[in-house]
Write a protein that binds this ligand. Structure first.
Ligand code: ADP
Length: 158
C-alpha cells in the first residue's frame, strides 16, 4: 500500500482540510501531512504553530503524521517513500490550478501520482483565507475549524 502525502499551507487547518485528511487516512496505510515552508504570502501562523495545530487534530488518526517540507514536493515524496499526493477539490475554481500542479509534478516525476478527493459539500466554500478574514473582522468561525484552532485564531487576531 503506497504512502500518501497531503501537502498544503494549512494556515490554519480547517474542517475542510480535516475532511480530506480523514478520507486519506481511511484509504491509505500511512498518510503524511506535509506543511509547506515556502509560502509566498506571509502566513498568519508560523510553521511550528501550523504543525502543532495539525498534530493536535490528527491525534484520532494513528496512521497520520505531520511534517514540514520545502523545495520540490516530488523530491520530498521520494525521500519519504510516498507515491501518492492527495489534494482536495472544492469547486471548479480549484480545478485549473490543481491540474497544472498535478501535470507539472507528473512531468517532474511520473512515479508520483496525484489523486483528488471531494470534501463534504458543507466544506466546499471553506478556505483558510476566508476563515482568517472572518476572524480578523470579529466574526465566528465556529464549526469551520477545530475548536482549538478557533481559540488560537482568537488569540492571534483578537
Ligand atoms: P495550498 O496553499 O497548497 O493550496 P491549502 O492549505 O490552502 O494549501 O490547501 C491544502 C489542500 O487542502 C489543497 O489540496 C486544497 O485544495 C485542500 N483544501 C483546502 N480547503 C479545503 C476544503 N474546504 N475542502 C477540501 N479541501 C480543501
Amino acid at each position: 500500500m503506497p504512502r500518501a502525502l497531503v501537502p498544503g499551507s494549512f494556515d490554519p487547518v480547517t474542517n475542510g482540510h480535516l475532511d480530506i485528511i480523514e478520507r486519506a487516512a481511511g484509504m491509505f496505510d500511512r498518510v503524511l501531512v506535509a506543511v509547506a515552508r515556502n509560502y509566498s504570502k506571509a502566513p498568519l501562523f508560523t510553521i511550528e504553530e501550523r504543525m502543532e495545530m495539525l498534530a493536535e487534530v490528527c491525534v484520532p488518526y494513528p496512521n497520520v503524521a505531520v511534517d514540514a517540507f520545502e523545495g520540490l514536493l516530488v523530491d520530498y515524496a521520494v525521500a519519504h517513500e510516498a507515491t501518492v499526493i492527495v489534494r482536495g477539490l472544492r469547486a471548479v475554481t480549484d480545478f485549473e490550478y490543481e491540474m497544472q500542479m498535478a501535470l507539472m509534478n507528473r512531468r517532474l516525476n511520473s512515479a508520483v501520482e496525484t489523486v483528488f478527493m471531494m470534501p463534504g459539500a458543507e466544506y466546499s466554500y471553506l478556505s483558510s483565507s476566508i476563515v482568517k478574514e472572518i476572524a480578523r473582522l470579529g466574526g465566528s468561525v465556529k464549526g469551520l475549524v477545530p475548536d482549538r484552532v478557533e481559540e488560537r485564531l482568537r488569540q492571534k487576531v483578537g
